[in-house]
Structures are given as C-alpha cells and as structure tokens.
Design a protein around this ligand. Sequence first.
Ligand code: PEP
Length: 258
Amino acid sequence: MDKKYLIGNWKMYKTIEEATFFMQHLLPQLEAIDSGSLALCIAPAFVHLPAIRTLLNGSTFIQLAAQNCHHEPEGAFTGEVSAAMLADIGVGSVLIGHSERRVYQKEDHLLLGKKVKRVLEQGMQPFLCCGESLKDRRNGRHKAVVQQQIEESLDGITEIEKVGIAYEPVWAIGTGEVASLEVIEAMHSFIKEILWHQYGSKNVPILYGGSCNPQNAKAIFNCPNVAGGLIGGASLRVDDFMKIVTALLEQKDGTNCN
Ligand code: PEP
C-alpha cells in the first residue's frame, strides 16, 4: 500500500489548554489502532509546537507540521519564523502557500518557491497548497491556474519526491461545500500528469483539502490519485479527526471513486 498522509491544520485556533486536551485524547486512540502506514501530522500555531512535541514524548504516531515559514534563512524579519528554527524543534513538514496566506498575505508563486527550497534545505517536507477560486472554475481556468501555481512554485526543485502537494479548491475551504469526486479525481490526475511531464516523477503524494469530514472522507480517499487529506475544521475535534484517520486506513487500493 502506498504511504498515506493526513495533516490537521489547526489554523489560528486552540489555546494551549485546548491543544493539550486534544493531544491527550488523540494519542491513546492512535496507540490502540495500527496506523503504521499513515503519516499523520498536526499543524498547530507556531507557539504550540514545543508544547505538543513535549506531549508526544517521543511517540511516532504523530509528526509535527508547521503552517508556514519565512522565505529567507535568517535575518531582520520581525515576527517571522525560519525553516531552520522549525527543523531545530523537530518539525517534519511545513504547509506552503495555503490559500488563506495567498489571499491575506498576498503570497505569490515566486515567494512560495523560495519557501519550498528553504524547507527542503532543512530536511523537512514542504506541502505546496494549490487550488483555484470559484471564479477560475466558472471561467474554465481551473487547470491553467493550478498548473501555474505548481510550475512556478516548484521551478528549479530537484528533490521533487520530497515534496507533497495539497489540492484545495478555494471555494471548498471552510465552506462546507466539498468538491465532487469527479472534480477531485480529475484535478488529482491532472496534477499527477504535470508532475510526471515536468519533473519525471509519479511518486509525489497529492492530498485533497476542502470541507473533508467524517461523512465524506472515505469516498474522497477512495479516489485513486488521492494520497490523503489536509483537514481544517474537522481536525479541531478529536472524534471527527479519528473518524477521518479510520477512513484513510480503510482506504482500498486501486479502487475507483465511489
Ligand atoms: C484547510 O484549511 O486546509 C482546509 C481544508 O479547511 P477545511 O477542512 O475547514 O475546509
């Protein structure tokens, strides 16, 4: 079975008390199941990363992920966090170019490309987020937009198999409006083609994100080119998140979306 990925993106939610409660309830449940084929990551706010590492107490069931990093190695950038700082405290992967950062922080493809390089230099796995707006989809530009996001942000990357992609249609993030299985599978196989033609690799995991929840997770994960999920809202509640973990573990190999 190919490796599967699940990343819980906590965004700017949870106090330290809430984060601690979550981990203390999640860990025993993970220990009770065989989650060996799964790379399970939690991406809390920066300030909670050290505390969560302490709670993990060496457990390998969950890896630490970060929601962002700066594009320069170090320097006079007040309020920023470097990739090296994240690697130093045991972070294993970093989300790059989440649509909320593209929109609110105006991050563009070239800046994101620098971030991808910084993360790789530090031995961590970047998960490059891509996805079209509703307007792009209505105009039929969804493929062109996603292709540009990927090609410009991965330009010059040689370690392509250390990268992950998260396809997140902007109109499906936090809206409750999940993309149809046909839309998901069509875009995932398109991204796979891009990665094959531009970088010669068929081994880059492509995760789906956007209103994934315990009810729809199983069907989404059964799409052949979906290697897992990037989960926002439903990663904030232990029970929901565990149901999504279970759905991914139950995923069948080589099935069609159904
Ligand atoms: C996300 O923020 O990456 C995300 C997919 O959010 P949600 O699951 O809430 O749509």
